[in-house]
Design a protein around this ligand. Structure first.
Ligand code: GLY
Ligand code: MN
Ligand code: MN
Length: 441
């Protein structure tokens, strides 16, 4: 097992190579990467929760450090300008410590407005990467978020270093543990709100540390794809049907993004959950370099169509269920996306380092990835089967309504829907499932 120092050495070396390459291509001297700062709420003295620039946390595991800067040129040891305030109102950043500190030339800055002398003297051929280009302009940094530099960095972000894979694996371990806590509470009749509290408590983190707002949906709420309302109501036992929980975790700035679906009792919906789990795992087991993600998405539709036929939701063939668009009413989102520093990691549509985009197919506008599968990419695989009132109403109005077994569909509405989502890394021959590497029981 490599040590964290060895992993991080390789990680920094890889990032240095990328920076050296893109600076040479774009005839630039350095990247000046800003962690950012909290944005103030309109007419208030409060701030929105701080979210750091992903380009900053790519270099080091600092996620709660506003007003910090990195200066990197791909050759010299990166400089970290570390903001450590004299502040008796807030908890100031502690002195830099951890496995990463020796990799940086660290300079401590007491006040954010003191940044100028810490930056390179000649800044005309430097590129600012961050959320505040107006600040970069005031500091006379020549380029602000140049598109070609961002495209290059975003394209290569898909290929994770071993250090990054360890971080995403650990985020998965933590999320799986918290998922199991929430599942037990579901079976005990807890509300969505209570499950969320228990989930956060298992992580030992507040909700702003999550890579996305948890989706914890009982019954028909599971048909709302991004349901984050978290009702505090408890359901009487006979009214408990299903749980869909899409909840992640963050580790050193990297995300896990995991969904599980549960039936409260035996019956058709419980059978569907099992079948969707088999379907999802069959998609994962087939992953290997050389496939295009778009084709996997279509494969998921074909498999879902077969399930709709087998369970007598439709009266047509599986092929017809795909061709008529019926499967898209039951599975209206993409099969998944890249995962890493952001839950929907960048670069999913980019086909090369210039950022050439291959758009999602017209019939699948929400597909976030059209890339070829290649080793070191981390992706989610998250097929779904939902009973969404608005889409079912459209289907009922359409010419295909006669192909639908409506009494069976209507029976399922109170369960909302099913999604099973794992995080996988593509390897040389196939893939590793980072989510199922731990113990689900
Ligand atoms: N949790 C958001 C997603 O699965 O993409
Ligand atoms: Mn996802
Ligand atoms: Mn998810």
């Amino acid at each position: 097992m490599p040590t964290i120092q060895q992993l991080f050495t390789q990680h920094i070396e890889q990032l240095q190579l990328r920076v050296a390459d893109v600076l040479e291509r774009e005839q630039l001297e350095a990247l000046i990467i800003h962690s950012g700062y909290p944005l103030r709420i309109f007419l208030d003295d409060q701030h929105y929760p701080f979210q750091t620039n992903p380009h900053f946390k790519h270099w080091l595991p600092l996620t709660e450090h506003p007003h910090c800067w990195l200066v990197v040129n791909g050759v010299d040891k990166p400089t970290l300008i570390y903001h450590q305030a004299n502040d008796y109102w807030h908890k100031a950043a502690s002195s830099p410590s951890g496995f990463w500190v020796d990799f940086f030339d660290i300079r401590v800055m007491k006040h954010p407005q003191d940044i100028e002398p810490f930056l390179p003297k000649q800044r005309q051929r430097c590129a600012y990467i961050g959320e505040h280009p107006e600040l970069a302009e005031a500091l006379e940094i020549g380029e602000r978020n140049p598109e070609l530099v961002l495209n290059y960095l975003h394209y290569y972000r898909a290929y994770k270093t071993d250090y990054e894979l360890e971080c995403i694996q650990e985020a998965n371990h933590r999320a799986v543990k918290a998922h199991l806590v929430a599942k037990e509470l579901f079976l005990a009749g807890a509300s969505e709100f209570e499950m969320n509290l228990a989930y956060l408590s298992s992580l030992g983190r507040g909700e702003h540390s999550l890579p996305y707002a948890n989706i914890i949906a009982l019954n028909e709420n599971a048909s709302i794809l991004h349901y984050t309302a978290l009702s505090a109501s408890k359901l009487a036992e006979q009214k408990r049907y299903s749980l869909l929980i899409d909840a992640g975790a963050e580790y050193r700035g990297y995300a896990a993004d995991i969904t599980r679906s549960y039936a409260y009792r035996k019956g058709l919906f419980a059978e569907l959950v099992l079948e969707m789990d088999i379907l999802q795992q069959s998609l994962v087991n087939d992953l290997k370099p050389g496939y295009r993600y778009t084709d996997l998405h279509l494969k998921a539709h074909r498999k879902l169509a077969k399930l709709l036929v087998d369970f007598e939701f439709v009266y047509c063939s599986a092929a017809a269920a795909v061709e008529t668009g019926i499967t898209r009413c039951f599975f209206p989102h993409g099969l998944g996306h890249h995962l890493g520093l952001q839950v929907h990691d960048v670069g999913g549509l980019m086909q090369d380092e210039d950022g050439t985009v291959l758009a999602a197919p017209t019939l699948d506008p929400f597909l976030r990835c059209t890339r070829m599968l290649e080793p070191r990419q981390v992706l989610t695989i998250e097929p779904g089967l939902y009973f969404i009132p608005s889409l079912l109403a459209e289907l009922a109005e359409s010419e295909h309504t006669r192909l639908i077994n409506w009494s069976r569909v209507d029976e399922m509405r109170r369960f909302g829907g099913i999604r099973i989502e794992d995080n996988v890394v593509i390897t040389a021959l196939n893939c590793d499932n980072l989510t199922r590497a731990g113990n689900w029981s």
